[in-house]
Design a protein around this ligand. Structure first.
Ligand SMILES: C[S@@+](CC[C@H](N)C(=O)[O-])C[C@H]1O[C@@H](n2cnc3c(N)ncnc32)[C@H](O)[C@@H]1O
Length: 241
């Protein structure tokens, strides 16, 4: 599969600069010991969590990791690893977090189970795995196509950047294909297709249980609010059993 992030790390950093509510949530619920971040991307979450613990960031995208490495400050011990969240074997950790919809890139039961089993092998008994999903938007899922519209505007390396998004949905499959177009000074600079597999809480609970976890808690936002219809996020804290 082509890397949807290959041409967009600079846009990604610009758009997510200052977005730290998810990292603050992970920090508040942190467990002791080394931390593994799956789908670390350009390193935003891993960097914010690396204040006083060893952190490893794993990602499939070499261009995203190149940005993470370039942003590394002296003394920062974060380790960046290029690899697949379905097949990693990087030793034991005290906790694993899977931020910002990364798990949605796994489309089949086999891929989902492979990732969760790799997580189970990397965690001792009782250690947590935290998965952050976008919550399915039921008011939109029945709309098969939303035409291109502006999704973000901002500064990208001193130039006027923007992102537009077109969305295709298959409600029964909980499948959402996001076609993002990135623009610099009004000229199309890159396109990125993000095929996302959404999930429901009970389904996630089954997956976790099948892979050697019990679900400790669900949250509906980064403030730690409860899961409810219409909430922003679907955050799962599961523990190795
Ligand atoms: C939405 S980005 C999240 C980046 C970062 N965690 C953040 O929140 O800023 C999703 C990341 O997951 C990575 N990813 C998707 N599928 C993957 C896989 N099978 N193995 C490793 N990384 C993967 C992508 O390359 C991308 O960097």
């Amino acid at each position: 599969m082509t890397d949807p992030y290959a041409a967009i790390p600079a846009f990604y950093d610009a758009e997510f600069a200052g977005a730290d509510a998810d990292a603050a949530f992970f920090a508040r619920h942190a467990a002791p010991g080394p931390l593994l971040v799956l789908g670390a991307g350009t390193g935003r979450v891993a960097r914010l969590l690396a204040t006083d613990r060893d952190v490893t960031g794993l990602d499939l995208s070499a261009p995203m990791l190149a940005h993470a490495r370039a942003a590394q400050r002296p003394g920062d011990r974060t380790r960046w690893v290029e690899g697949d969240i379905r097949t990693f074997d990087l030793g034991l950790f005290g906790e694993i977090v899977v931020p910002n919809g990364t798990f949605c890139f796994l489309h089949t039961r086999a891929d989902q189970l492979a990732c969760l089993r790799a997580c189970a092998r990397a965690l001792p008994l009782g250690a947590p795995l935290v998965l952050d999903f976008p919550s399915p938007d039921f008011s939109l899922l029945g709309t098969p196509h939303t035409p291109e519209r502006l999704a973000w505007e901002g500064d990208v390396g001193g130039r006027a950047g923007k992102r537009t998004r077109e969305v295709r949905r298959r409600a029964l499959d909980l499948r959402v294909d996001l076609l993002d177009r990135y623009w610099l000074d009004g000229v199309l600079a890159a396109t990125s297709l993000l095929p996302l597999q959404l999930a429901l809480p009970r389904e996630i609970e089954w997956m976790c249980e099948a892979a050697g976890f019990w679900v400790d808690a669900f949250y509906g936002d980064y403030g730690g609010g409860p899961l409810r219809d219409g909430c922003d996020r679907l955050i799962v804290r599961a523990c190795r059993c």
